[in-house]
Design a protein around this ligand. Structure first.
Ligand SMILES: Cc1ncc(COP(=O)(O)O)c(C=O)c1O
Length: 466
């Protein structure tokens, strides 16, 4: 069966394109652009590959959106979902429990480090971040520190779209349309060591890590520790292009948080569930958070689900008397999503996916670093199966591209050219221009080589264009 068969496609290409243009409000998309040029219509996924409605096959170099860890088209996951839907398609976890939600909470808690045993389900990552902020605020109200409500996060970091999560997000351009947002969000520098000099920071990794962590303490002191509830950090920061933690960074952040009684939230919406070769990335980078937020890879995208995982210490005041957390989502811990998440995690165990990532991350990095021979590639950085290729105008000076060049490169040329050349990856200029890749955790050298080849071809075309 080919993907252009009616049985797969359902409707003809032009019919779908017209319906998409007239009815589908795509997310984070310039809808005007699709009035004349049709959006790609994805009709099928299998393993590491996707097909569009014209029959084109492309390598999914981004696991959908850092989501599909076990790859597309796993029939056994579809069957688990069908079985759960037959048994109990829906019931909320509002004062009732369901078996899939109980078992998944127990399983996720078993993976989370230390006493992170309390799993609050959401339907995605932004809701998990929102839940973390709300629980942090209420925790301090219940424990006699009612002024503690502020959150510190990093420049350029993305933490979701609800107005609380957006207030934690460090991307001014993404917030402008919705200001004023929830008050209480404050930013510190991120760990972009490639641009350390621009930040006036030391370039030695250990000193840089200490410098960056100390900016968090400075912000806590500037705001008054008695008003700060939490620090929200990704293990490896996505937006800006895979900023890895310098040595000692998280250990120092942990000390700072302890000193000022501030909760450390590890936002693992991307980094959790094997992206770095461990169930949670805090384990790999050696720190103990008070809360983990996660989503995406928990179900590999087969069902929408996220979670805020809190420590026993945070749960404690909520166990007293009539106290409760007045917060929740109809679809949080949805039985079908929970059941498929359990089956997804079974695949992790059965196929040894975390070990596979640990065994192959260096090869992925080495393959992508071959691109450093191109003039347009300034830096290649990442960890696990999560990498960014930073594009520069001048490699020697690290000069970046201006707004008009970014428009041509990132918004117009690269997304279509990469796709046309056979790769779905993510050109992004929320920080400096980068292309990000995050392949399925089942990928190996063949997929790494294919990604590198398509990136090379496309970047050579881009250089000729500029
Ligand atoms: C670190 C981080 N936090 C939160 C979110 C928001 O997740 P969602 O889109 O599921 O709401 C994302 C989304 O990519 C993310 O990368």
């Amino acid at each position: 069966m080919t993907v252009t068969d009616q049985s797969v496609q359902g409707r003809s290409g032009s019919d779908l394109t017209t319906a998409a243009r007239e009815h589908l409000w795509m997310h984070f998309a310039r809808m005007g652009a699709y009035q004349d040029t049709p959006a790609p219509v994805i009709v099928k996924g299998e393993g590491a590959y996707l097909w569009d409605d014209t029959g084109r096959r492309v390598l999914d170099g981004l696991s959908g959106l850092f989501v599909v860890q076990v790859g597309h088209g796993r029939a056994e996951l579809a069957e688990v979902m069908a079985e759960q839907a037959r048994q109990l398609a829906f019931f909320p976890v509002w004062g009732y429990a369901t078996e899939p939600a109980i078992r998944l909470a127990e399983r996720v808690a078993s993976y989370a480090p230390g006493d992170l045993n309390r799993v609050f389900f959401t339907t995605g990552g932004g809701e998990a971040v929102e839940s973390a902020w709300k629980v942090a605020k209420q925790y301090f109200k219940l424990t006699g520190k009612p002024l503690k409500h502020k959150v510190i996060s990093r420049a350029t970091a993305y933490h979701g779209t609800p107005q609380g999560a957006l207030a934690i997000t460090g991307l001014p351009a993404m917030k402008q349309a919705f200001e004023p947002l929830t008050p209480g969000g404050f930013r510190v520098p991120n760990t972009n060591i490639y641009r350390a000099e621009r930040m006036g920071a030391p370039t030695d990794p250990v000193e840089f890590g200490r410098w960056a962590a100390d900016r968090i303490e400075e912000a806590i002191l500037f705001e008054g520790a008695e008003t700060v509830a939490a620090v929200v950090l990704e293990p490896v920061q996505n937006s800006g292009g895979c900023f890895t933690p310098p040595p000692g960074y998280f250990q120092r952040v942990r000390e700072i948080c302890d000193r000022h009684d501030v909760l450390l939230v590890s936002d693992e919406v991307i980094c959790g569930f094997g992206r770095h070769g461990t169930m949670f990335a805090c384990e790999k980078f050696g720190y103990q958070p008070d809360i983990i937020t996660c989503a995406k890879g928990m179900s590999s995208g087969y069902g929408p689900i996220g979670a805020m995982i809190a420590s026993d210490r945070i749960m404690e005041p909520f166990l007293e008397g009539k106290n409760f957390f007045p917060h929740g989502y109809t679809f949080g811990g949805h039985p079908v999503s929970a059941a498929v998440s359990l089956a997804n995690l079974d695949i992790f165990e059965r196929e040894g996916l975390n070990q596979h990532v640990l065994d192959n991350e260096a090869a992925l990095g080495a393959t992508l670093r071959k691109l450093l021979d191109l003039d347009i590639v300034g830096d290649v950085r990442g960890d696990g199966y999560f990498w960014a290729v930073e594009l520069v105008k001048d490699k020697a000076t690290k000069e970046t591209f201006g707004p008009a060049e970014r428009e041509t490169l990132i918004k117009q040329f690269l997304p279509t050219a990469l796709f046309r050349n056979g790769l779905y990856a993510r050109p992004d200029d929320r920080g400096e221009p980068v292309i990000q890749v995050a392949p399925a955790l089942t990928s190996g050298q063949a997929e790494f080589d294919e990604m590198e080849q398509v990136l090379r071809t496309t970047l050579l075309q881009a250089s000729a264009l500029l």
